[in-house]
Design a binder for this molecule. Structure first.
Ligand SMILES: Nc1ncnc2c1ncn2[C@@H]1O[C@H](COP(=O)(O)OP(=O)(O)O)[C@@H](O)[C@H]1O
Ligand SMILES: C[C@H](O)[C@H](O)[C@@H](O)C(=O)COP(=O)(O)O
Ligand SMILES: [Mg+2]
Length: 471
């Protein structure tokens, strides 16, 4: 009998539920539900509407009944770093505050007074993003120490959604590493660091690796859906799941291209050398305790905000078409400037940056989009140069995965500026990585090697060769 698994992949801009099963040696996908994921304002903070997200998950699960499919398992992955705290009665003590909220402004520097940046990096190997969980918790402790003291459970977003499904609580390794509170070598919570920060360690649970089963659905949900499922821990950090889907990981730089651009390589040990710190690379956890040596680049968030600024009058595909008509326009912004993390108006922010740097100011939607794409491609080139400097080797291939791999113009730009071959796909890399870990838990797939072979055999990737562009 065919065994189906259900992946719930919620990125920072959109969520999707995708059924997966193996048939004729290929992983067959069926997207059964898709929804927007928008930041909302609550109690003066930018937050995720976690209740709405859980309702969307339930809508998606119920659609299985319309298909007369009862999945064996479900697995949830989302963006990193964000969390909720529960009290002794498992009631929410906090909103699901979003990492783009300004509550962590200036906090990183305060933490460095307790533990130096260098020591923090040597112990955790995690990149310095001002919104890392460590800084969110320190900010919360400063503003509302009573909340931190009352907290009995720390759950990251996928883990809280698992709790709503099962009543069970578990912290998962790949996402836990994004907090900058896990020791890269022990792979456990860094209790000494927590003590120094005055954060109670009791609320952190034993870290579990991907493939573990959290539990099964609550009785209430079984009666609501009409069937039960195993709730499996995929790599619950979405990028952790995405990287599993890179079919040819050796000699490859992956670019997980979605709201964020996560660019890096797969490693089997953490690299915390001074140059990695200087270039702000991270060592986030991967499947089977691999490491994702990567860095965050602002990503397609910028074009998402541009789209919103133009009142959604243009689709993502239309922005590409408009940009292609502006081949002679070329201005660049530093995409990783904090000013682009959550500006009032992205279009104006980009125009102001170009004016302040004495460049041609993009005025049309096509010129704005071209500026974003050119700037992202340049940032990717710089990151790849840094990776090759650290590894003292050249990488021959770039694999773009995620929604952004549909941007053919950007794929070609990346090939041209890096002078490397670009492979694009799979689009739903995160959900695919989520699914294959569930299939491993169900013993349908043996290991990551077999999973990658299955993925290679199941999904087309499009190749882009460097082209000489007339100056
Ligand atoms: N048809 C398309 N053409 C070009 N770019 C696209 C297309 N569809 C989606 N994208 C890009 O993919 C991005 C979303 O990627 P996705 O991986 O779904 O994001 P996330 O997981 O962060 O929500 C969009 O911001 C957009 O820039
Ligand atoms: C805030 C984190 O850096 C972010 O979650 C990143 O790690 C990530 O995974 C983003 O994934 P998207 O699919 O939302 O781009
Ligand atoms: Mg994503």
């Amino acid at each position: 009998m065919t065994k189906y698994s259900l992946a719930v992949d919620i990125g920072a801009s959109s969520g999707r539920l995708i059924l997966g099963h193996v048939e004729n040696g290929k992983l067959q996908l069926n997207e059964i539900h898709r929804f927007d994921n928008n930041i909302v304002k609550r109690n003066e903070h930018f937050c995720w509407d976690i209740e709405a997200l859980f309702q969307e998950i339930k809508v998606g699960i119920n659609k299985c009944n319309e298909l007369n499919i009862k999945p064996e398992s479900i697995g949830i992955d989302t963006w990193a770093v964000d969390f909720v705290l529960l009290d002794e009665n498992d009631n929410l003590l906090t909103d699901a505050v979003a990492y783009r909220d300004p509550r962590t402004d200036g906090i990183m520097e305060e933490v460095f007074e307790i533990m130096s940046k260098e020591k923090l990096y040597l112990e955790t190997g995690i990149q310095f993003q001002k919104f890392n969980t460590i800084y969110q918790l320190f900010a919360l402790k400063k503003k509302s120490p009573e909340v931190i003291d009352k907290a009995k459970s720390f759950l990251m977003i996928p883990e809280y959604l698992n709790f709503l499904l099962t009543g069970k609580k578990a912290n998962e390794y790949t996402n836990a590493t994004s907090t900058q509170l896990v020791n890269a070598f022990t792979k456990q919570w860094d209790y000494e660091l927590l003590a120094k920060l005055g954060i109670n360690k009791e609320m952190f649970l034993e870290i579990q690796p991907p493939k573990e089963v959290v539990g099964t659905l609550s009785e209430e949900l079984v009666s609501e859906f009409g069937f039960d499922m195993k709730v499996v821990l995929p790599a619950t950090h979405d990028t952790g799941s995405a990287v599993i889907s890179v079919p040819e990981i050796e000699e490859t730089v992956y670019l997980s291209s979605g709201t964020w651009s996560l660019i890096g390589v797969e490693n089997h040990f953490p690299i915390c050398v001074p140059k990695a710190l200087k270039y702000n690379f991270t060592n986030e956890g991967g499947l089977d305790y691999r490491f994702r040596f990567l860095k965050n680049i602002m990503g397609l968030w910028m074009i998402q905000e541009v789209k919103r600024n133009y009142h959604d009058n243009y689709s993502f595909a239309e922005f590409v078409t408009l940009a292609e008509k502006e081949k002679n326009f070329q201005s660049f912004v530093n995409v990783d400037d904090d000013r682009f993390l959550k500006p009032e108006n992205m279009v104006k922010e980009i125009q102001q940056y170009c004016q302040q740097t004495n460049q041609q100011i993009p005025l049309t939607p096509g010129q704005i989009a071209k500026c974003v794409y050119d700037s992202l491609a340049n940032s990717y080139k710089r990151a790849i140069n840094e990776i090759e400097e650290i590894f003292e080797k050249s990488f021959s291939r770039i694999n773009v995965i995620g929604g952004g791999c549909q941007n053919e113009m950007l794929n070609q730009m990346i090939a041209n500026v890096t002078n490397k071959e670009v492979c694009a796909g799979p689009i739903e890399a995160t959900a695919i990585g989520n699914l294959v870990v569930q299939l491993m838990a169900l013993e349908e797939v043996e290991d990551i090697q077999q999973a990658r072979a299955l993925i290679k055999n199941s999904f087309e990737v499009k190749t882009y060769k460097p082209q000489y562009v007339r100056g």
